[in-house]
Design a protein. Structure first.
Length: 335
């Protein structure tokens, strides 16, 4: 076992990105990153008769694209790890019922992308598995129906509202040498900032992002200067600015920090409120745009910190607070 833990962080060896597939929704396909997506749907149902089936179709298509790029069949994969926002991870479970390989779902809300890649990396680095498929998805209409109100209600949104991204990403990790590798991970801890508004996710999640970033830097003796870019998962524009204020209080002034919720959309010209959120948000930005920057040597190392609000409708109806978490993965061009 070659992994080395330092506090909550771990240096990873011999774990590479083999291939990926990205399916994107309508608005995502109209945004600034559309050229980086493999498939863009023309309607929010993705050709199915319900939003939930549409989300499943997105994940299925992302998987097929990823397997095709890697020239593999679904039975060639040792293990499937998936994450989505729906109760009991039904998107992932209903998809993998047709795949005769081991699988398990993880739940970290919108942090599912980094969490699934972190767990996959640990298993491969420990030589328990050779090829692991990570699958994540989110859909604006399914998430709104579950956590807030169905979009058909036309509820007026608050200024702090984030917009759940519609898309799915399949990422195949392998122990075979490739151009981009997982360099390190940091597993987050649950942080509760005593915020109870499900329409203010940026404020709820920013402290968790701050904690994980600072933990990562402390554990590995690093700082912002050790990365070409540090991105959080889905704090959106509002949460992004709050996190910057938290850094400024410690006299840290990062110039290479951004948020995937701001990158995924043109927030000034698309009706996405404060910007993107959801499992697919950080996944689409990372495997689409940021991977391209790495593979073309425009960047050498990036830190992706996917954030998640661990709420449920029942708890918010009871006016309980929203605990949050963030997990980090470092990607770099293999030397």
């Amino acid at each position: 076992m070659s992994s080395r833990f330092f506090g909550n962080s771990c240096l990873i060896e011999n774990v590479y990105i083999d291939s990926f597939g990205i399916s994107a929704g309508v608005l995502e396909g109209e945004g600034p990153l559309k050229q980086y997506f493999d498939k863009i749907y023309e309607d929010h149902y993705c050709g199915e008769d319900s939003y939930e089936k549409g989300e499943r179709k997105m994940m299925e298509d992302a998987l097929e694209i990823c397997l095709h790029k890697a020239n593999k069949r679904d039975t060639d994969i040792d293990l499937y790890i998936g994450s989505d926002l729906l109760n009991q991870n039904v998107t992932f479970h209903y998809l993998t019922r047709n795949i005769p390989r081991p699988s398990f779902a993880v739940y970290g809300a919108c942090s599912g992308f980094a969490l699934s890649l972190a767990l996959s990396s640990l298993l491969i680095d420990a030589q328990y598995q050779n090829n692991i498929m990570s699958l994540v998805s989110s859909h604006n209409a399914t998430a709104e129906r579950q956590y807030r109100f169905p979009v058909e209600y036309g509820i007026q949104k608050k200024d702090t509202t984030t917009f759940t991204a519609t898309g799915a990403v399949a990422t195949l990790l392998t122990n075979q040498k490739r151009d981009v590798r997982i360099e390190s991970i940091t597993l987050g801890r649950v942080i509760d900032y005593k915020q109870n508004d499900p329409n203010d996710m940026g404020r709820a999640m920013a402290p968790a992002a701050y904690d994980t970033i600072m933990t990562h830097f402390k554990d590995l003796n690093r700082g912002f200067d050790d990365y070409d870019l540090v991105v959080t998962g889905d704090l959106s524009d509002y949460g992004h600015n709050l996190l910057l204020k938290m850094f400024e209080e410690k006299r840290i002034y990062p110039k290479n920090y951004d948020d995937c919720g701001r990158i995924l959309y043109d927030i000034n010209n698309q009706e996405v409120f404060q910007g993107g959120s959801g499992c697919a948000c950080s996944a689409m930005v990372t495997m689409g745009y940021l991977y391209n920057q790495l593979i073309n040597r425009k960047m050498k190392r990036i830190l992706v910190v996917s954030t998640g609000a661990l709420l449920s409708p029942m708890m918010t109806f009871q006016k309980d607070t929203i605990p949050c978490i963030a997990h980090a993965i470092s990607l770099e061009v293999d030397k």
